[in-house]
Write a protein that binds this ligand. Structure first.
Ligand code: GLU
Length: 301
């Protein structure tokens, strides 16, 4: 099967070292298999999009030496938005409007291992109300499992662990879960390599793939880079933007390879960045990560 991978940053701020690690892993995984690699800008949530961030992200990727295939896809494009609407039509039998306000949700939801679990408050409403509604999808009392290349077997009991989840928000914006599944399927993505913060989102995505009759990609979740306080580096916590000067670029790629346990020889520090990339593509071994981080049976019930 030809390999088709992707990197899908949200333009809520510039790329930081954690994003670089994910981008490097997904790029090397694709290129080491002679695969193609796409970039998709996940500008799905306009209130959170930062002005100029998409351009800066693409410029950063180019400056670091990433070469993507084809055109960059933007989730805000009319084509993507149409595709989400079409998917929603297919999902209609499983969808219901949810009128719960943020305050109501605070009082009715219970806290689960993965966040709040919806209490099915609006699942059984018999009439529709004349006010903006989020759209939720009914989750089955069923376990969704998959094999992650690094974390091993992973499963969730969707209704008990997550509950009915939102696929379109009351303010009209599409939810990440739906958009990512639709775009990955339309683009024909075969392998998803992304941050481990999304591991517990995957069963929801498997469920949507099943309802929409989409093929299931293979998943690899990359361990997260933490800061000194043990927090995930993120745009929300103002992780520093990746520097764009030649020297720091080279060091950052080298450091990303070290984080990814690829053990680049120290002589590569003095070589060109192209030589570093060539070495990394040739030697990419995901098992080196598996060995250190695996939790072979991480089953959540
Ligand atoms: N847009 C997400 C992020 O920036 C990644 C989504 C994905 O890879 O599925 O964290």
């Amino acid at each position: 099967m030809p390999y088709l991978g992707r990197f899908a940053p949200s333009p809520t701020g510039p790329l930081h070292f954690g994003s670089l690690v994910t981008a490097v892993a997904s790029y090397l995984a694709a290129r080491s298999q002679q695969g193609r690699w796409l970039v998709r800008i996940e500008d799905l949530d306009p209130p959170r999009v930062q002005q100029g961030a998409s351009d800066l992200i693409l410029r950063t990727l180019t400056t670091y030496g990433f070469e993507w295939d084809g055109e960059v896809v933007y989730q805000s494009s009319a084509k993507c938005q149409r595709a989400y609407t079409e998917a929603l039509q297919q999902l209609m039998p499983y969808i219901y409007p949810c009128y719960c306000s943020r305050k109501q949700l605070q009082h009715t939801t219970k806290q689960g291992q993965f966040g709040t679990i919806y209490a099915d408050t609006c699942r059984h409403l018999t009439s529709t109300l004349n006010k903006p509604a989020a759209l939720r999808i009914k989750t089955p009392d069923q376990s969704f499992r998959f094999h992650d290349q690094i974390y091993g077997e992973y499963s969730q009991q969707l209704h008990a662990d997550i509950g009915d989840f939102v696929i379109k928000r009351a303010d009209g914006w599409w939810a990440y879960q739906l958009a990512v599944v639709v775009d990955d399927a339309i683009q024909g993505i075969t392998h998803i390599v992304r941050g481990a913060d999304l591991l517990d989102n995957t069963p929801r995505q498997l469920y949507l793939q099943q309802l929409l009759n989409y093929p299931r990609p293979q998943y690899t979740h990359i361990p997260l880079v933490l800061d000194q306080q043990g927090q995930k580096l993120s745009k929300q916590s103002y992780a520093p933007a990746l520097a764009l000067d030649v020297h720091t670029i080279h060091t950052n790629i080298f450091k990303a390879l070290v984080f990814l346990k690829q053990s680049p020889p120290s002589t590569l520090i003095h070589e060109s960045t192209q030589t570093l990339w060539d070495w990394a593509i040739k030697h990419w071994t995901v098992q080196l990560l598996t060995h250190d981080y695996s939790q072979p049976t991480r089953t959540v019930s």
